[in-house]
Design a protein around this ligand. Sequence first.
Ligand SMILES: C[S@@+](CC[C@H](N)C(=O)[O-])C[C@H]1O[C@@H](n2cnc3c(N)ncnc32)[C@H](O)[C@@H]1O
Length: 425
Amino acid sequence: MGSSNGTSNGTGQVFANGKNIDVEKIAVSANLPAQIPALLEQLNADGIGYTITDTEARLKLLETARSLVYALETPREAIIRHCWSESTSYAALETGVDVRLFQALGTDDTPKSVAKLAETTGVDPALLSRLMKHLAAMGAVVETGSDEYAPNGFSKTLTEERYSDAFPLMTSRFTQGIIALPAFFKKNNYRNPTSPTNTAFQMGYNTDMGFFGHIQQEPITAKQFNNHMGVYAQGRPRWMDPGFYPVQEQLIDGAAIGEKDVLLVDVGGSFGHDLSDFRRKWPNAPGKLVLQDLPEVVVSVKEAHSSIEVMAHDFFKEQPVKGARAYYMHSVLHDWPDDVCQKILANLVAAMEPGYSKLLVNENVVPSTGAYWETTSLDMIMMEIGSGERTEHQWHSLLESAGLKIAKIWSAQRGVESLIECELA
Ligand SMILES: C[S@@+](CC[C@H](N)C(=O)[O-])C[C@H]1O[C@@H](n2cnc3c(N)ncnc32)[C@H](O)[C@@H]1O
């Protein structure tokens, strides 16, 4: 006999809405059987006309394929995927990064034996054989025979540090905080976290330090963080690309910018990847570009374009560049709760020239439905440090509270940061 209130009493039977529900049967049946025929049809339709270079079509196909997997997968399989496979493949990948396995596997598509890979990496062949089997089962390498593997696009990408650094970075500075989230929520009575000094990050890493102070403690971690910042948004539309934000009309035209004037200040701009991208895409845009970040970060910027001035600046202090055409912040405000953002914004508002300067905020605008998984994942990561991604309403309320008004929110693709164009109110 099942429970009568819709919760299981451990018998596998639940009585809810006048019906006996067999949870044990549900656990081993497809998750959303009713959706499978329509998703199969959709997958066929999405595949028609697909070409390998058509990003939009590829994303659509991927999204339908993912929905189909979620519909076909049984709850038991979903539990195993979440609880077994994601953490263990992460461990195998991070080990691979650590021992330079992906460099040993190479980029030339020639299969290599485990014996050869063990010799190159110095890993015990018996251990490597087990790790490789799991990496192949999880799609990270290609199994070509017994104890023999070839690389794929993913493993080739991991041969470069700027991509593979994500793994040791997450372990040393994020994952323990994420794992601490449930206990942190419980301890704080399930209140939405909004303080940078009482966070799951501090609980998970057993520290009183704030996230950015902690990260700067070790140069290797700071390098990994900035490398990850430089690549995580690659391959997606950027605001300076055609069809996103009209740079010429909105930023350049109508602004009499001489060579010595500042066109763009990237506040908290890390190693300057956004400004370099901008300069590459807009080689003739007039004026200077200024890259600002903490001294510990900008000290590592060695090869900036001649039009990029690199400046150590703490954004909690007075903004030294006055009256720039635009101040720009990418993924900065999402690191901080509103009261801290107001302090950062106040320094920019004070430097902006009325009727001329703009503030460009390159951040996610979380939609009311259908938020993309990359956006919601990032929101959970930010939750760990007491902040988060914001909805349109939250952006209005934050920016207006700082004396700004949103002129327009420019967006290009689901899951990609918008460009929130602001002026002084
Ligand atoms: C999430 S990262 C974003 C980096 C870059 N804008 C991007 O999108 O790749 C946040 C940046 O803010 C910088 N930052 C943190 N605290 C800062 C401060 N007080 N003053 C200036 N920059 C700071 C960090 O060093 C880091 O580069």
